[in-house]
Design a protein around this ligand. Structure first.
Ligand code: UT7
Length: 335
């Protein structure tokens, strides 16, 4: 929704963390019945990062958060809240955000996770913005962080080639309306939950010998259903925030779509008629890192100096649930 309050929030610092281990398509050829040619042409992915055995969601979240706080020139004690969009936290509970709160020393911050799969960062930004606009908080750290490599069935070639691990972070601070975030839009349709889920290990199918033998504690996906739906959802969400603010795509300097598949991005680009050079793509290097794709890509373009303060940026994404959404904002960081 477009804020009606005199207050808004802006991003004042970003950071990212990519695990150092690289898994290429050629490595995958040795693990499952696949080829570099199939993966490249069907997805656009060449390689992805995989967390170390002892590396968890909170570890990469903390690393990304420290970079974002440093760019924002803030101490962790300045934070009022920490929100992590994740579906691959360290534990089922407590929230990974609480572990990050402790390790950062963010002694004044509330902390929670948001389960919106690949839309987790967009949902997190939307919540953080709402908290700031309402006056309950002034500085909120939002992180998209996933270690999906530990939830992927490495014998299922239809899914194991797609995902990678990463964390991206952004610090939001209150600002006058008209600066920073101009509109947020989030939606869901739970009738599509079964198209992309981890069915086992929850209270419906608790972890046990059956779930283990059936591999139902791993990611299950009906890829073609997700594909068609993703294009429609990302296009609709992008149009909604543009319509609400009276902007057109011609006003937008960069579009950062969720990085799931280059063919999904191509279809979105074609339908929205966005000039290709204004669309950020990095999935060739990182694969689909779920909630981390958008904050990682934003941090890259920020540090590459591809944006000027005041430039309009559009995030659009979708994920399991299904969930989807967009954020339109004015870039506020000058390095
Ligand atoms: O963030 C949200 C996460 N999910 C997504 O975004 C997924 C969206 N969907 C997709 O990206 C695509 O549907 C996939 C990349 C998953 C699959 O591409 P597709 O063009 O829809 O392929 P398909 O599922 O129709 O499979 C075509 C063939 C099948 O073989 P048959 O039945 O035609 O003989 C698959 O078994 O490709 C086969 N296949 C593979 N072959 C080699 C599936 N995975 C692989 C593989 N290597 N890794």
């Amino acid at each position: 929704m477009q804020p009606t309050s005199p207050r808004s929030s802006r991003i004042i610092g970003t950071g990212r963390c990519l695990p150092s281990r690289v898994l290429t398509n050629f490595d995958l050829e040795k693990m499952v019945e696949t080829t570099d040619e199939w993966i490249t042409t069907r997805t656009g992915i060449h390689e992805r990062r995989i967390a170390a055995d002892n590396e968890a969601c909170s570890d990469i979240s903390v690393a990304a958060a420290k970079e974002a706080l440093a760019m924002a020139k803030l101490d962790a004690k300045d934070l009022d809240g920490i929100i992590i969009g994740t579906i691959s936290g360290d534990m089922l509970f407590p929230a990974t955000a609480t572990l990050v709160q402790d390790r950062l020393g963010a002694v004044n911050a509330a902390a929670m996770d948001v389960s919106a799969a690949c839309s987790g960062f967009i949902y997190g930004l939307t919540l953080a913005n709402a908290m700031i606009v309402s006056g309950q908080m002034n500085r909120v750290l939002v992180i998209g962080s996933e270690v999906l490599s530990k939830f992927v069935d490495w014998s299922d070639r239809a899914t194991c080639v797609l995902f990678g691990d990463a964390a991206g972070a952004a610090v939001l601070e209150g600002c006058p309306a008209g600066e920073g975030l101009l509109a947020t839009h989030v939606k869901s349709d739970g009738s599509l939950a079964e198209l992309l889920c981890i069915p086992g290990g929850g209270s419906r199918q608790p972890l046990g010998p059956t779930t283990y033998l059936e591999h139902s504690h791993y990611i299950k996906m009906k890829g073609d259903g997700v594909f068609k739906w993703a294009v429609r959802a990302m296009v609709d969400a992008a149009k909604t925030v543009l319509d609400e603010t009276g902007h057109s795509l011609a006003d937008v300097s960069l579009v950062i779509p969720h990085q799931a598949n280059i063919r999904i991005i191509d279809a979105v680009v074609e339908r929205l008629e966005i000039p290709r050079e204004r669309v950020v793509v990095n999935l060739d290097r990182y694969g689909n890192t779920s909630s981390a794709t958008i904050p990682v890509a934003y941090d890259e373009v920020v540090r590459e100096g591809r944006l000027e303060p005041g430039d309009l940026v559009l995030f659009t994404g979708f994920g399991a649930g299904f969930t989807w959404g967009s954020v339109l904002f004015r870039h506020s960081i000058s390095l």
